[in-house]
Design a protein around this ligand. Structure first.
Ligand code: FAD
Length: 385
């Protein structure tokens, strides 16, 4: 059993307190994703606006029980994300902040790019986006068609991206594009949504509506040479490799959203169906045990990522696959405890079930995680047990 240290327990306690404020807002944000603009002063939202910003760029970190938090450790992020997702995963994803592009800038940016990015983040609440998926290239993102072509002293971006979280609210973000065929021909660039040719159109969705996923069109968007990420790194450490590394770091966090959604559904049944018959109580207890098991798997993956173990990506895939499955099972099972009218009579449970479905697709579907996991097993980079 993995046990948390005092520091991580401090962020867990604080996140749990903060998350209580979210539950009453969850259905409001689900009904109107723009409600996020009314809730920027909610404690958890203002915490997220600055997470993660590494110590070198963050002179004023959040201090909890004497511990400084920068949001850069994976274990602290998953512990935090689970608690917040029990309150509302939608709000967690709707909040401004560096999120996914922050992880990319941290690993691929040079000092000047980091300074530019993090100073924008710390100036005021700033939404960011991370654009990898394309209309015909979801699971197979490595075969992307968006191009980055030289143009004068810089470049131009052309193409379309799909399902990009927060892009319609964002000021800045990271776009992946191709400079030539093959995996080494993929490059990540910093882009500004105010640039001519950048259009983000929100999509109507049913799950995790707070995230406001969008279609992005890139029509000759100019990118200065200084905004190309990873130029100081070896070609093998840029592009698609960096996307995979970034997703490996983020995947335990997405798993934690699934875990939080599952726990929220489980706790809802416990609070709203007292006096269950023995058989139903046993079913609920089984669910509780599954939640505990998946939590350990996620923590293990987070520790592997933090320790940069070679197995980290595979462990993150295992955690994500199990957690998104758990979220869907737990929410469907929870609805089952309330009979045929459950979705209408218990709108929060209905929302949790819709959110759980969306988690399945974030950062790769269950099938893609399983493919990754089996690759790790076959290549001997991951061992059973
Ligand atoms: C809520 C939400 C937020 C998102 N946010 C972002 C974001 O911010 N940025 C971003 O770039 N993308 C984002 N995405 C997109 C997400 O990464 C993709 O939805 C995901 O990668 C799957 O791609 P797809 O939807 O095109 O499905 P497809 O790739 O078309 O897959 C359809 C089905 O085929 C299966 N499948 C595909 N290939 C294989 C295979 N080789 N073997 C077995 N089965 C396979 C899949 O498992 C799935 O069941 C988001 C998606 C959602 C739902």
């Amino acid at each position: 059993m993995i046990e948390l240290d005092d520091r991580t327990r401090a962020i867990q306690r604080r996140a749990r307190e903060w998350a209580r404020e979210l539950k009453p807002l969850a259905l409001e944000l689900d009904g109107d994703p723009d409600a996020i603009y009314r809730h920027l002063d909610v404690a958890i939202v203002s915490y997220l606006t600055r997470m993660p910003v590494p110590p070198r760029h963050n002179p004023d970190p959040v201090v909890i029980d004497g511990h400084r938090f920068y949001g850069t450790g994976t274990l602290e992020r998953v512990v935090f994300a689970e608690e917040v997702a029990v309150g509302d995963a939608g709000m967690l994803l709707a909040a401004p902040g560096p999120v996914m592009s922050g992880v990319l800038v941290d690993s691929l940016g040079d000092e000047r790019q980091k300074e530019w990015f993090y100073s924008r983040i710390l100036q005021r609440p700033t939404w960011t986006f991370f654009a990898l998926t394309e209309p015909a290239r979801g699971s197979d993102a490595g075969a992307m068609e968006t191009t980055l072509a030289p143009d004068g002293d810089g470049y131009v971006l052309n193409g379309r991206k799909r399902y990009i979280g927060n892009a319609a609210r964002a000021d800045i973000g990271v776009v992946f594009a191709r400079t030539r065929p093959g995996p080494l021909g993929v490059t990540a660039v910093l882009a500004e949504t105010s640039d001519p040719g950048f259009t983000a159109e929100p999509l109507e969705t049913i799950g995790l509506r707070g995230l406001r996923i969008t279609n992005v069109t890139l029509d000759r968007v100019r990118i200065s040479a200084g905004n190309v990420l990873g130029q100081h790194l070896r070609p093998t450490q840029r592009g698609m490799w960096s996307a995979v590394q970034g997703l490996n770091r983020l995947r335990p966090g997405v798993a934690a959203f699934g875990l939080g959604i599952a726990r929220s559904a489980y706790e809802y049944v416990r609070e709203n169906r007292p006096g269950l018959p023995l058989r139903d109580r046993e079913r609920l207890d089984d669910l509780g045990r599954r939640i505990t098991g998946v939590r350990q798997l996620i923590w293990r993956a987070a520790l592997a990522v933090d320790a940069a173990r070679p197995s980290a990506g595979y462990e993150a895939s295992a955690a994500k696959a199990k957690a998104s499955r758990l979220a869907e099972d737990a929410t469907m099972e929870a609805l089952g405890f309330f009979g045929a009218g459950a979705r209408l009579e218990h709108p929060l449970l209905d929302k949790l079930a819709r959110d759980a479905r969306a988690v399945e697709f974030m950062e790769g579907t269950g099938n893609i995680q399983k493919l990754n996991l089996f690759t790790g097993l076959l290549q001997g980079r991951l061992h059973r047990g």
